[in-house]
Design a protein around this ligand. Structure first.
Ligand code: FRU
Length: 497
């Protein structure tokens, strides 16, 4: 595998020759793991979704991008537009590291609309000669012709006293006419938190308002990618804490993304809230960001990947993708995440089957594929446990297991094919709030997203099976289950460049 020196990782796109980019692009295109309907990098590494907004009839979706290889190098924002959130047009680089403040990366940030104009605020990552990090928050104005203007000096030149240079990922929102920027931070005692700034205009001045006061005063060493929104009358704070140890079946991934729900007082910044709950119980989900869609639904998109982990595509010159958009709602005090309704626009070739499954592993004909949506309705369940084997062949299978009595749902990647590493264990599990009634599963060439009971729980994971692992099988431990399976092929979705 390529040894990535610091010089190689911090090369700009224009420092690479055309021949190098062509060679890399061809290598990536030859990968058998390329996705069909998820946003993925043309080359190199994708991470956090950035600058999500519905503006002037169009969605804008950008992401963190290092173009020259599958490592965390010099970050750009790569940009897509969409009319419906599910078919995308690749627009190319929108923000590049071209100032002293972002010389070592245009880090994560958000989009907002002010007086009919689109703006971004992102973190400029700079390293000095001693490789000491300097973080600033920079506002960008997007002109009518799409050209971007960085408003310098940075809107927030440095972290406030009491916080380290781990200070990034501003999420700007507007409340009662005021602009707020919520920023992920680390206190000087190396605990994580989120802080709030306010302004009356994008160009500032931006005033430090204070830290969001939660009960999680010692919860990890850094909170990345915070987000705030109101949903069904509640205040929701989303963030990605680093440094939380695993606890039984919880917090198994290297870093987590989750939320707290309650009430945030914007005068005192005190937040009363319930437990921190992980947003996704799969293997690969991090740094999500939300936007409101064309009718005001709250929609979330995450990074289907994690830092500090090697993925099987790294050696092919690319890594990661974004998740599908999910609509958030609070129902019966539970935050639910449902596949965005526009995803139905990608459906074609519907096939349905109704029948019993029992302890003999049965292959469902003619259900085959590497990219599809599968809806499984559990109509009557007398089985002690049900297993669905997806992307299955003689040697491979990604297993979803549901244990009736405990309402536990398990995703097992043991036989899925190539695996990322290091990753703790090969299974992830969650307990459903109510007995399993429905699974809605999106399979792409190298990913699985499982929505349980209309979004009560979601499990998102990358999987790297071989091409011939395309069967669907079902069985029970004992007893039988009556199922309706509906499978749709998926049409398009991917960037129509
Ligand atoms: C989260 C993150 C952010 C940062 C970005 C850099 O994955 O570490 O905190 O802005 O990635 O690429």
């Amino acid at each position: 595998m390529t040894q990535w020196s610091r010089e190689m990782r911090y090369r700009k796109l224009e420092d690479a020759t055309q021949a190098e980019i062509k060679e890399l692009t061809e290598k990536v295109q030859a990968s058998s793991y390329r996705q069909q309907y998820h946003i993925q990098p043309s080359t190199g590494l994708l991470n956090d979704p950035n600058g999500l907004i519905y503006f002037n009839g169009q969605y804008h979706i950008s992401h963190q991008w290092f173009p020259l290889g599958a490592v965390h190098g010099l970050k750009y924002w790569d940009h897509y537009t969409s009319r419906n959130l599910v078919n995308y047009k690749h627009e190319g680089v929108v923000l590049e590291p071209d100032t002293q403040h972002d010389s070592h990366g245009v880090y994560s940030g958000s989009a907002f609309e002010f007086e009919g104009v689109l703006y971004y605020m992102y973190t400029g990552n700079h390293r000095d000669q001693n490789w000491e990090r300097k973080s600033s928050q920079i506002v960008v104005k997007v002109k009518d012709n799409g050209q971007v203007e960085k408003l310098l000096p940075p809107a927030i030149a440095e972290p406030p006293i009491g916080y380290t240079q781990h200070f990034r990922d501003p999420k700007v929102f507007i409340k009662e006419g005021k602009l707020y920027a919520l920023i992920g931070a680390q206190r000087t005692d190396e605990t994580g938190c989120a802080v709030l700034y306010e302004a009356t205009r994008p160009e500032g001045p931006w005033h430090f308002k204070g830290e969001i006061q939660t009960a999680l005063t010692n919860f990890g060493y850094m909170w990345e990618c915070p987000d705030y929104f109101q949903l069904n009358g509640k205040d929701v704070l989303v963030f990605s804490p680093q440094g939380i140890a695993s606890e039984g079946a919880r917090y198994k991934n290297i870093f987590q993304s989750g939320y707290i729900i309650g009430e945030l007082n914007f005068d005192t910044l005190e937040m009363t809230h319930g437990d921190f709950i992980e947003l996704d119980n799969g293997f690969d989900f991090y740094a999500p960001q939300t936007l409101t869609d064309e009718v005001g639904r709250r929609v979330m998109i995450g990074w289907m990947g994690l830092p500090d982990t090697e993925y099987p595509t790294d050696k092919e010159g690319w890594a990661h993708c974004l998740t599908l958009p999910r609509t958030l709602v609070i129902e019966n005090d539970i935050l639910k995440q449902k596949p965005h309704m526009h995803l139905r626009q990608l459906r074609m070739n519907k096939e349905t089957a109704l029948g019993y499954a029992n302890k003999f592993l049965k292959q469902l004909h003619p259900y085959e594929g590497q990219q599809y949506e599968l809806v499984i309705d559990i109509l009557d369940n007398e089985a002690s446990a049900i297993e669905f084997h997806l992307r299955a062949s003689k040697n491979e299978a990604t297993v979803i297991r549901y244990e009736t009595e405990t309402q536990k749902l398990i995703l097992d990647r043991f036989d899925s094919g190539a695996l990322p590493s290091p990753v703790e264990g090969t299974s992830r599990q969650t307990v459903l709030h109510t007995p399993l009634r429905q699974l809605r599963i999106f399979i792409d060439t190298s990913s699985i997203e499982i929505f349980c009971n209309e979004g009560e729980r979601v499990l998102s994971s990358r999987i790297f099976p071989q091409k011939n692992a395309n069967k669907i099988k079902v069985s029970t431990d004992s007893g039988q289950v009556y199922l309706q399976m509906t499978k749709y092929d998926i049409q398009g979705g991917n960037a129509d460049e």
